[in-house]
Design a binder for this molecule. Structure first.
Ligand SMILES: Cc1cc2nc3c(=O)[nH]c(=O)nc-3n(C[C@H](O)[C@H](O)[C@H](O)COP(=O)(O)O)c2cc1C
Ligand code: SF4
Length: 689
């Protein structure tokens, strides 16, 4: 099927200074936990995006100089010529598929750590580091000259590496160029401080420097946060943000505009809809003739067309939509809209950066595995045999295994105990704000629906005998997990006294609509990610008095890794949910939770007519235990393998379930081995002189 003419406008080539993008799909900078430490994996990941049709493929933040290291985070580096080959590798991969390569140069000043270089941080003024208990020193004129030279030198190295677009970065409250713009950071009395014109001077100079040094053949882009979402205390899109765009309007070759800081820019679907930045960035195109890129978790081609036609954007910028589906542009071009694997806005991709590990994506299990495992988001090896596969359970693991095995051409039989397909995704997507998570199910069901070799059986709870009777060569158990409600979990290795009461509920109860009839209700969150907070919200929706109790120092503490910590905590308070931190449960007497401070101190009592225990889960492994107990019977039935995947193996996040299902499908028919199952970048033992 060809492209719908409605979308032709998205495929117009666009000039950006001296270079031309083949269409309007622009992968904006995004880090990935690979950067300079995993250059091959990084290059391959970017190459796949180019193959998928993006016209511009950008790096993540790239440190221009060793005095700006952001260790332990793993980003790109261009400290000196030794870093050129790593970056050139990405340019080659991107160019091979006809896209332009962009690099986001930055010196992060007080937002660096310099834990590697041990150099003193620098900034517009003496001020504490953004994250650490030490300070940045005020830059003098020699420092400013040095910084400009480092930026020019890095631009030259970027050009040598093969980049087509060189960024000057003033975004996310992270870079020197932005810090000089900010009233609250810049208290200088020289020509770089005071009036807005003075505060803009350094940004202007660095853009001019880049144009002068590499602008003959490379486009010079800026990434600028037009609004910091902090009112008059920061840059605002109807104040200085607008004035700055006015002042520099025609200077760069492209404006990539967004909001700041990162948690506001990459906001999850729980807290914002597609297009959430438009009200802030909408003004930019009226002030410049240069192309404008904007972001907002764009996955709908109709929405994209509207943005172009209504003069909001020239390029559709995307980080997460390009991670969830590197082939998004190609699918629109080929008239395969329904095949788009839409980002669910969960920010698991962001955890790669925070935890300094290769990027993962809930929707796209091949993300980060392009080089490591030679996986491709659209292509998979054909089946290795005519073996048939029975998958028991149609949650995220079972659905992905069925989809990928089906794509390989296997004869797949997917049996689901209930009448609904989707498993935990159905239950969780019905919780407040998590509706978009249903895309995990929807994408897979649509794909499976097209596969004549995948048969789905609903309402089919199977026994071990029935499984043996079918005699399919391979059995996959994807039966999920169940939340326990005895309180056992991270904080308690034995059941909590009193948790056997009828008034104690599990997350499964709440998701199944079995709610306490009256409050006050205490949610004991020993899981620390989204579930405790979201269930508290669900109970509050019901009009109940709710208190979230956690032994951690903040509610939903792990959600710092998905940029949601602040959003969740604000929402809990806004909804009137009380939050009790650093308290563990001693026992429950049916009317009160008896609590103790984790740091010591006396016992306190919290009134609780009902308790929701969010602690741990147990795999649904009865089938496994029954089948595994009688291996000779399996053999007699012609069953070659029985494998547990997803939560049935070890309860985890949805991203892990999808990955596990995919991995099973990739590996079926491959010989078992003790070898490391992925490639690693091994550091050279020679030291550059
Ligand atoms: C995993 C991840 C890493 C990111 N890293 C960067 C970065 O290095 N530099 C940057 O300017 N923006 C970074 N961003 C922000 C994105 O470029 C983008 O502005 C934001 O995610 C909103 O766009 P989206 O809705 O298309 O994801 C990152 C976003 C994600 C999801
Ligand atoms: S991890 Fe989640 S937010 Fe990130 S790209 Fe994938 S689906 Fe989107």
């Amino acid at each position: 099927m060809g492209r719908d003419p409605r979308y032709d406008i998205l495929f117009q080539p666009m000039k950006i200074g001296p270079v031309t993008a083949r269409n309007r799909f622009y992968q904006v900078p995004h880090c990935n936990g690979m950067g300079h430490q995993h250059p091959q994996a990084h290059a391959a990941m970017r190459g796949v995006k180019a193959e998928g049709g993006w016209a511009v493929v950008s790096t993540e933040e790239c440190e221009i100089h060793w005095s700006s290291d952001i260790t332990p985070y793993i980003e790109a580096r261009l400290w000196d010529d030794h870093d050129i080959p790593h970056n050139a590798m990405m340019c080659e991969a991107v160019h091979r598929h006809g896209a332009l390569a962009a690099i986001e140069l930055t010196h992060n000043g007080p937002s660096s750590s310099n834990l590697t270089s041990r150099e003193a941080l620098i900034g517009p003024r003496h001020e504490p580091s953004s994250y650490h208990p030490w300070q940045a020193r005020r830059m003098d004129h020699a420092d400013i000259r040095d910084y400009r030279r480092w930026h020019r030198d890095a631009a030259i190295r970027a050009k040598k590496a093969g980049f087509d677009i060189i960024y000057v970065y003033a975004g996310h409250d992270l870079s020197l160029a932005m810090h000089f713009l900010q009233k609250r950071r810049n208290d200088r009395s020289d020509e770089y401080g005071g009036s807005l014109e003075n505060r803009v001077r350094l940004f202007r100079e660095v853009i001019e420097d880049a144009k002068e040094t590499v602008g003959d053949s490379c486009a010079v882009a800026v990434r600028f946060a037009v609004d910091e979402l902090m009112g008059d205390g920061g840059i605002t899109s109807d104040g200085e943000g607008r004035e700055i765009v006015e002042m520099l309007a025609e200077l760069p070759d492209l404006w990539d505009v967004n909001v700041s800081n990162w948690k506001n820019d990459s906001v999850t679907s729980r807290f914002a809809e597609e297009g959430y930045q438009e009200k802030f960035i909408g003004f930019v195109k009226q002030l410049t003739s240069k192309p404008v890129v904007g972001v907002g978790r764009y996955t709908s081609p109709d929405h994209m067309v509207k943005l172009i036609k209504s003069g909001v954007l020239d390029f559709i910028g995307a980080a997460r939509p390009s991670i969830a589906d590197p082939f998004l542009p190609k699918k629109i071009e080929e008239g395969r809209i329904e095949d788009i694997r839409e980002c669910i806005g969960c920010n698991i991709c962001v955890t790669g950066d925070y935890l300094m590990t290769p990027i993962r994506c809930t929707q796209n299990p091949t993300m980060g595995e392009e080089w490591r495992k030679n996986w491709h988001p659209e292509v998979i090896a054909p089946r290795a045999s005519e073996d048939r596969v029975l998958i028991v359970g149609a949650g995220p693991a079972g659905l992905e295994a069925a989809r990928a095995l089906g794509q390989r051409g296997y004869d797949v039989h997917l049996a689901e105990a209930t009448t609904e397909l989707g498993g935990r995704v159905n239950r969780e997507a019905a919780l407040p704000g998590l509706n978009a998570w249903g895309r995990v199910r929807d994408y897979r069901l649509y794909q499976i629906g097209k596969m004549p070799n995948v048969t789905v059986y609903r309402d089919s709870r199977l026994s071990a005998d029935e499984i043996r009777d079918f005699g399919f060569e391979h059995v996959v158990l994807a039966t999920g997990a169940t939340w326990r409600k005895d309180g056992v979990g991270r904080s308690h290795t034995f059941p909590i006294r009193g948790f056997d009461a009828a008034a104690v509920f599990s997350p499964d109860d709440i998701m199944a609509g079995r709610l306490p009839e009256q409050g006050p209700v205490a949610v004991f969150d020993d899981d620390h990610f989204y579930m405790g907070g979201v269930l508290a919200e669900r109970l509050r929706q019901q009009g109940l008095d709710v208190t979230l109790v956690t032994a951690a120092d903040t509610a939903s503490s792990w959600s710092a890794n998905t940029l949601e910590l602040m959003h969740i905590n604000k929402r809990l308070r806004k909804l009137g949910i009380a939050v009790v931190t650093a308290k563990d449960i001693l026992y429950y007497d049916g009317a009160h939770l008896h609590l103790a401070c984790v740091y010591g101190g006396g016992e306190t009592k919290l009134p609780a007519i009902a308790v929701v225990s969010v602690t741990a889960r147990l795999p649904e492994e009865d089938l496994w235990l029954a089948l595994d107990a009688d291996r000779p019977a399996l053999q007699a039935a012609g069953i070659k393998s029985v494998t547990r995947i997803g939560d049935c193996l070890a309860p985890g996040l949805i991203v892990q379930a999808v990955y596990d299902g995919h991995r099973y499908a990739q590996n079926l028919g491959r010989p078992l081995s003790d070898a490391v199952p992925f490639r690693r970048a091994m550091p050279l033992v020679t030291v550059p002189s």
